[in-house]
Design a protein. Structure first.
Length: 247
């Protein structure tokens, strides 16, 4: 069965509609009105992570070395460049969009499908934008903090953005011999790579007095910072020095 590229967006909208209909409101904290529901989902996600995702991530780290993991991470970062480019164009960040195109072309070719990062060595910095950030740049308010099963921390604006990004992902339109199986495999591999990178961060959150509050504050502040970012635009190719291939 082939999934529609718009399916993630529909799932996101349905998930929020279901949440709005079933979650109890906690009037004590207007920024987190669904706190009771969120804490239950946070505990559920943490239990699933401890039982499944964390052991897999640690196993992946145990059987690979840092250069291999760096190459895998670079590969998936490169796959995400077209979505970043689209959102930079939508936000009017023309210089960053041009830099993203340059990174993608260089890393896909010279960097062997993005496994290596020669563009970074050339001084073309990686920027990252998603549709949640685009909506924020357009003035859309985030809405209440939410924690959803498996997806984790989000809000209505970022939930819509997540669905839009998935719909824009070129992987949805690429043709493979076994389309769904390949896409699922890439999604699982990306998830494992990302979870391995977060091992220490999540362990640190779990040591806090109230991990839920720590995670909420981190998410809200980091997203606000990402939307309000004013990072310098990457240098053009003419402005960068010679480079060496590296991870």
């Amino acid at each position: 069965m082939t999934l529609s590229p718009a399916a993630p967006g529909l799932v996101s909208a349905l998930a929020f509609a279901m949440l709005a209909g079933c979650a109890s409101v906690n009037a004590r904290n207007p920024e987190d009105p669904y706190e009771n529901f969120n804490r239950q989902m946070f505990a559920f996600n943490d239990n699933v992570d401890s039982a499944v995702f964390e052991p897999v991530a640690k196993g992946y780290r145990a059987v690979t070395n840092e250069p291999i993991r760096g190459g895998v991470s670079n590969f998936f970062d490169n796959l995400g460049e077209p979505v970043t480019f689209a959102n930079e164009v939508l936000q009017g960040k023309v210089g960053n969009a041009a830099g993203t195109v340059g990174r993608f072309v260089i890393n896909t070719t010279v960097g062997i499908a993005g496994i290596f990062n020669p563009a970074g060595a050339m001084g073309i910095a990686r920027t990252e934008e998603d549709f949640g950030q685009t909506l924020g740049a357009w003035g859309v308010n985030p809405g209440p903090y939410l924690v959803l099963p498996f997806l984790g921390s989000t809000n209505p604006r970022d939930l819509v953005g997540f669905g839009a990004d998935r719909a824009m992902d070129p992987i949805n339109y690429a043709e493979f011999e076994n389309d769904d199986e390949t896409r699922i495999g890439l999604g699982i591999a990306r998830g494992i790579s990302t979870r391995e990178e977060l091992i220490e961060t999540i362990e640190n959150v779990r040591t806090q007095v109230d991990p839920y509050t720590t995670a909420r504050r981190f998410y809200v502040r980091s997203r606000a910072g990402a939307i309000g970012n004013s990072a310098p635009e990457p240098r053009t190719i003419e402005q960068v020095p010679d480079f060496e291939l590296d991870f």
